[in-house]
Design a protein around this ligand. Structure first.
Ligand code: HAM
Length: 419
């Protein structure tokens, strides 16, 4: 038997009420902040991701689903949204409509990572990108949208971590400082971190190995070497968060795994989901739009992992959803009335009721069992002498109350039910 591919997951009917609650919360809150939805294709030219996320990052160097299509173009399934959103922003000149363009998305993403709890190969992100202003107020707002969504889902065990990576010149100078600091300790680094020393030295801070953490414990920190503008902006972000009552920690080791960041970066961590604890991450990317062929335009955004968030919600028991229910289940008493039942069902469905009935010629008892299983609010009995006399019987499943009514009255009764 063919099974689903490792690291992918079927979202079954029993899972989806929780997903829908999450999606509705995400849409409501983004729209309160006047972000509008964007949907971009599932695949893009590989070069788009290589140029924006960075050749040396884990995502581009190891994790992308890349293939050559029949026309010879190198295509990649999107591992994140920022690159595609920025491409669309430039391609459609979205900036000419409003000076600040605030966009949000909900979409599947693809990364060939080692699957584990909270880490998948096809996963889903929601996120936002605010393009067109370098104001740190917008950094604060972006962090707030993320935080408010997680809070609206009832999550409690959250830590907001923020940092500033300054501008590229700060980072280049700092990398040299770090190289000097680690040079005589290089042999003691883990193999992974030794590779990072040469290729992407900041990522050594992401190492989970205790020996690495010990070696970098007293290293100089980037946040102490950023320019004045970055420092001032960072102060405004902190003030914004205080004003809107969002507790935060400054984490100088928060370097993030994508190359496009400048100045503010942030993550929100859950204490309830094990090692894959980052529910979301993001930051400012003031050079990316230019890098992808647009006019110099600043931007800031974040993305959140939806599987992880739902795992955190489950572990915190942070919200519940109603059991699925239908409005009416029609019970056919006489077998030959099959098409009459279909006609009545269709009348009700066209009035916007959720209606179902038996397709298997089952006994009345079996139909009643099904009505209970489906949590029907009403059952409608069709058949017997009553039906011959033009009557049907409607039962309110909550109160047990039964009403006989003329079949011709059905639509009037239905309208009353609705009201
Ligand atoms: P990221 O940190 O790579 O950032 O991903 C954001 C979130 O997606 C993570 O915090 C995590 O919750 C979730 N995530 C990532 N990989 C996986 C996976 N394999 N399985 C399950 N969840 C995962 C970005 O993607 C940036 N585009 C964020 C951004 C937007 N920065 C600026 N604008």
């Amino acid at each position: 038997m063919i099974k689903a591919i490792k690291g992918t997951k079927d979202l079954l009917p029993a899972d989806n009420p929780r997903w829908r609650f999450l999606e509705e919360t995400v849409r409501r809150i983004f729209e309160n902040f006047n972000y509008r939805e964007i949907r971009t294709p599932i695949f893009e030219e590989t070069a788009l991701f290589a140029r924006s996320i960075g050749e040396e990052t884990d995502i581009v160097s190891k994790e992308m689903y890349t293939f050559t299509d029949k026309g010879g173009t190198s295509i990649t399934l999107k591992p994140e949204m920022t690159a595609g959103v920025v491409r669309a922003y430039v391609e459609h000149s979205l900036g000419s409509q409003h000076p600040v363009t605030k966009l949000y998305y909900i979409s599947p993403m693809f990364r060939q990572e080692r699957p584990q709890a909270g880490r998948f190969r096809q996963f889903h992100q929601f996120g936002a990108e605010a393009i067109g202003s370098s104001s740190p107020v917008l950094d604060g707002e972006i962090i707030q949208t993320a935080y408010d969504i997680l809070k609206a889902l009832g999550l409690q065990d959250l830590t907001v971590k923020i940092n500033s990576l300054g501008v590229p010149a700060d980072r280049e100078n700092y990398k040299q400082l770090l190289r000097n600091y680690l040079n005589d300790k290089k042999d003691k680094l883990t193999e992974d971190s030794r590779k990072r020393f040469d290729k992407n030295i900041l990522r050594i801070f992401d190492s989970k190995a205790e020996s690495d953490q010990e070696l970098i414990k007293n290293a100089p920190m980037l946040i102490d070497h950023i320019n004045d503008e970055s420092k001032n902006d960072f102060e405004v972000v902190k003030e914004y968060l205080s004003k809107v009552n969002i507790p935060f920690e400054v984490d100088p080791k928060l370097v993030r795994g994508l190359d496009y960041y400048t100045k503010t970066t942030f993550e929100i961590i859950s204490g309830k989901v094990g090692s894959q604890s980052a529910l979301c991450g993001g930051g400012r990317y003031d050079l990316l739009i230019e890098q992808l062929g647009g006019k110099p335009t600043p931007g800031v955004g974040f993305a959140a992992g939806m599987e992880r968030i739902l795992l955190a919600c489950e572990n915190e028991n942070s919200f519940t959803v109603d059991e699925p229910a239908i409005d009416v289940y029609i019970i056919r008493i006489d077998k030959e009335l099959g098409l009459e039942v279909s006609a009545i069902a269709s009348q009700l469905r066209r009035k916007n009721f959720t209606v179902d009935y038996d397709y298997l010629q089952r006994s009345v008892k079996a139909q009643m069992r099904e009505a209970n299983k489906l949590n029907a609010k009403y059952t409608l009995f069709i058949g017997g002498d009553e039906y011959k006399n033009g009557m049907i019987n409607l039962k309110n499943m909550e109160t047990g109350e039964q009403t006989n009514l003329p079949i011709n009255d059905l639509s009037r009764v239905i309208d009353n039910l609705k009201a």
